[in-house]
Design a protein around this ligand. Structure first.
Ligand code: PLP
Length: 393
């Protein structure tokens, strides 16, 4: 990658060239609208249907249970708003967690304004949600529980199957949604094993194209559509299907799933080298997130007395592409809501660095980062008192 070190794979991944090749016909000759009756339409419909079958097979559901969307944000919105709209006569209470992605948290805020009540379950210092606490939060009027599968900032993986089991034992008709945007293509996600009713995914997190995703919805689950129009996706999401994107998503998922075991072993070794190297060399540093219950490619650190944004700019000057938390919140100096939810003080939370690994990374790159990060942290720490003295805090 042109001398740059890309360690921001949780923000997005490059398109797998094999996926690009599979998509190309649908960006040129096979341009039909899958809703047309003629040859071109049938050709596009076949590609969409086959992709749906491929994705459903991998995720352990029926093809008719997949709704194609424009990505993780839309899938989360459709899940929350769609269920809230369809079930408001039964109750208006939703349970979620304090560390969800903003696609969930901001949607819940909007639902609150529409009269829904939301309980956000806290997490422990490793970012783990306690399944018992989730079940305890379920009330007579609870209609939906939404807990993410793995966190995008700290990589902690939640016990979703256990959460779903306890929630349904407490109240059988509560629906369980999981935002699996960070796990599909990275962990062997199967909706039948997780026992969830709704699950969000997004292709650009597993070497597929941007702007396409899906929502699994268990058969028989009513949803109020959020996009109305031509009635595509069985009236649940109108709009002409993103044929090339859908084909790309299916191929990307198939390839990531096939290569997952081997790649995760490789990435976990790189991640641990990164963690041990950085923690071993930087005083007043910590790893955020669970040490073992975490995504194989995620390392999230905090350095006391350093601003994450300054660290990112310095890393960028050294050709290292990283993130301070979620990509969506960079540009603001507000500490991450996820790190605050772990109980970190503001001082620790603002000094965060997320390094997320992927296919282009190797031992040499990790060693390079392990060499540079401590130097930059030290330099920034030396500069900070001076900056404060000069009024540039
Ligand atoms: N949910 C999680 C956990 C994410 O990490 C992201 C993307 O960063 C999203 C939702 C939003 O997905 P998309 O970028 O496809 O809209």
């Amino acid at each position: 990658m042109n001398g740059l070190i890309y360690m921001d794979y949780a923000a997005t991944t490059p398109l797998d060239p094999r996926v690009k090749e599979a998509m190309e016909p649908f960006l040129s000759d096979a341009f039909g609208n899958p809703n047309s009756i003629h040859f071109y339409g049938r050709q596009a419909r076949k590609a969409v249907d086959e992709s749906r079958e491929m994705i459903a097979h991998i995720l352990g559901c029926r093809p008719g249970e997949m709704i194609f969307t424009s990505g993780g944000t839309e899938s989360d919105n459709l899940a929350l708003r769609g269920v809230a709209g369809a079930r408001k006569h039964r109750g208006r209470h939703i349970v979620s967690s304090t560390i969800e992605h903003h696609a969930v948290l901001h949607t819940l805020e909007a639902l609150r304004e529409e009269g829904f009540e939301v309980t956000l379950v806290p997490v422990d210092e490793d970012g783990l949600v306690d399944p018992e606490q989730v079940a305890d939060a379920v009330r007579e009027d609870t209609i939906l529980v939404s807990i993410m599968h793995a966190n995008n900032e700290i990589g902690t993986i939640q016990p979703i199957a256990e959460i779903a089991k306890l929630v349904k034992e407490k109240k059988t008709d509560v629906l369980v949604h999981t935002d699996a945007v960070q796990t599909v293509g990275h962990l062997p996600v199967r909706v039948d094993q997780l026992n969830v009713d709704l699950l969000s995914l997004s292709a650009h997190k597993f070497y597929g194209p941007k702007g396409v995703g899906a929502l699994y919805v268990r058969q028989g689950t009513r949803l109020v559509p959020q996009l109305t129009g031509g009635g595509q996706e069985k009236n649940r999401r109108s709009g002409t299907e993103n044929v090339a994107g859908i084909v790309g998503m299916a191929h990307a998922l198939r390839l990531s799933t096939q290569e997952m075991e081997q790649e995760n072993r490789r990435l976990a070794a790189l991640r641990d080298r990164l963690i041990d190297g950085i923690l071993g060399q930087v005083p007043d540093s910590r790893l955020n997130g669970h040490r073992t219950q975490r995504l194989a490619h995620n390392a999230n650190f905090s350095f006391l007395g350093v601003e994450g944004e300054a660290l990112l700019l310095q890393l960028d000057l050294h050709g290292i592409c990283a993130s301070s938390g979620s990509a969506c919140t960079s540009g603001s100096l507000d500490p991450s809501h996820v790190l605050l939810a772990l109980g970190l003080s503001r001082e620790w939370a603002i000094g965060s660095l997320r390094l997320t690994l992927g296919r282009s990374n190797d031992d040499q790159q990790v060693d390079q980062v392990v060499k540079i990060v401590p130097q930059i942290v030290q330099r920034l720490r030396e500069l900070t008192p001076e900056a404060v003295r000069l009024g540039f805090s």
